[in-house]
Design a protein around this ligand. Structure first.
Ligand code: CMC
Length: 427
């Protein structure tokens, strides 16, 4: 506990403090290493590097544990609501009944977007990927809400945080509406956060939209399960972008861009596309063989995780929810059978056992989202919607951290040594 680690390189170096978290591995504080030894550390992918102190989320990848502000994710998914989890992430503790009411009221009253933003959408092609639209429109919020871009003003930071959590469902639903050529719907304040999003997505102005409680509850659970995940790639991107003092709207756009990649949030879209491509359980061995073949770039999408090496607790909740939701909606989807069989076969295969590859959050979410009626291109948008709560909480924590500095990694330079410029006619 505590103490220090001795790092000496050719007689230079010394003792480096060991820092203790509340739970989890100790951390060697090497901030002074370069000054003392003239050496950097090399850690591409940050597999051994903690980039910040955080009180928000804890993951024990070996035990399959995910805690938000200390609360296990399965308890939150079963008992809480996305609004409450968003409050928890932002504020550190669960709200009182009154606190939750106030927070919900504030978020609800921020769900409308500037009318001019609607015209912004029209600049996109109708077949644009909705994540492309999300990157653009969320970034553009900084051009619309000038009164909440001063990051040194705590009140402005709070308003920007509420605006982001409140407006992201409206923006996401508008991205969907634009792609299907239907009119945008304004938010309706008597609905829940999630019910409102479903109505703005699937409703039409010509008739009333009844929010199906089964769908609303499944959607809310999916939002909870995606709300935060410690220092993952998109969250680190948000923090890094924010470390330069960029405004929160621009930082969220950076996070969305990072999330889009198939190794991260884009995996939910890729996983369902893969399951549909496999089609029937008899074709699974062919895909397992491809995933194991070193010469084939194919990977089982929705499988494996940088941190979870036992199981992803989010996948457990979603695996159960997939059956429940499809049963309740009276939908039978062969994709779910394919997913279950793929999981069974992969988990008995030495390759997956040795490499500790398990289904992750993206493996079953697509089956549920598809049953709700979302096209696959919207899957990552839904991830971005939910993760905004985490990004905003992490961004606020970063801004108020007294140890915060501009994020500026160093490198191992392996390029050419200094050489003289040669005029083009002499090359
Ligand atoms: N299928 C087949 N082989 C895999 C897979 C997979 N899905 N994932 C990892 N491996 C192999 C990989 O080839 C490597 O083998 P070797 O040691 O022989 O080179 C070994 O397992 C370790 O993989 P890695 O790429 O070094 O591990 P990583 O921690 O850098 O990557 C990952 C984690 C999630 C990017 C990766 O597992 C992956 O690409 N999975 C598929 C995409 C996916 O489902 N992503 C969603 C992640 S969860 C939600 C989120 O974060 O957004």
């Amino acid at each position: 506990m505590g103490g220090s680690a001795k790092i000496e390189i050719e007689g230079q170096g010394g003792e480096y403090p060991i820092l203790n978290g509340t739970i989890g591995p100790e951390v060697v504080d090497i901030r002074k290493l370069y000054g003392a030894t003239d050496r950097f550390t090399y850690d591409p992918g940050f597999t051994s590097t903690a980039s910040c102190r955080s009180k928000i989320t804890y993951i024990d990848g070996d035990a399959g544990v995910l805690l938000h502000r200390g609360y296990p994710i399965d308890q939150l998914a079963e008992k809480s609501s996305f609004m409450e989890v968003a409050y928890l992430l932002l504020n550190g503790d669960l709200p009182s009944a009154e606190g939750l009411k106030d927070f919900t009221y504030t978020i609800t009253r921020h769900t409308m977007v500037h009318e001019q933003l609607a015209t912004f959408y029209r600049g996109f092609r109708r077949d644009a990927h909705p994540m492309a639209i999300m990157c653009g429109v969320v970034g553009a919020l900084s051009a619309f809400y000038h009164d909440s871009t001063d990051i040194d003003d705590p009140e402005q930071r709070k308003i920007a945080s509420h605006r982001l959590i409140a407006k992201i469902p409206t923006i996401a639903a508008m991205a969907y509406k634009y792609s299907v050529g239907q009119p945008f719907l304004y938010p309706k304040n008597d609905l829940s956060y999630t019910g409102n999003f479903l109505r703005m997505t699937f409703g039409v102005p010509a008739e009333e939209y009844e929010v199906d409680p089964v769908i609303e509850s499944a959607m809310d659970k999916i939002f909870i399960l995606h709300a935060d995940h410690e220092q993952n790639a998109s969250t680190s991107t948000v923090r890094l972008a924010g470390s330069s003092g960029a405004n929160p709207f621009a930082c969220m756009a950076a996070g969305i861009a990072c999330l889009w990649g198939p190794a991260h949030g884009g995996a939910n879209e890729a996983a369902l596309n893969m399951l549909r491509e496999i089609g029937t359980p008899d074709r699974i061995p062919e895909y397992i063989a491809r995933a194991k073949n070193k010469d084939d770039p194919f990977r089982l999408m929705g499988f494996g995780h940088r941190v979870y090496k036992n199981f992803d607790p989010r996948a457990k909740v979603l695996s159960k929810a997939a059956t429940e939701v499809l049963d309740k909606l009276g939908i039978s989807d062969p994709v779910l059978d394919t997913a279950r069989e793929l999981e069974r076969i992969a988990l008995e295969d030495d390759y997956f056992i040795e490499k500790k590859l398990y289904p992750n959050v993206d493996f079953y979410s697509g089956v549920i989202l598809s049953a709700i009626g979302f096209p696959t291109t919207m899957f990552t948008v839904l991830f971005a919607l939910a993760r905004t709560a985490g990004w905003v909480a992490q961004w606020n924590e970063m801004i108020t951290d007294p140890e915060q500095k501009i994020g500026r990694p160093r490198q191992l330079y392996v390029g050419s040594e200094q050489r003289d410029y040669v005029p083009v006619d002499q090359r």
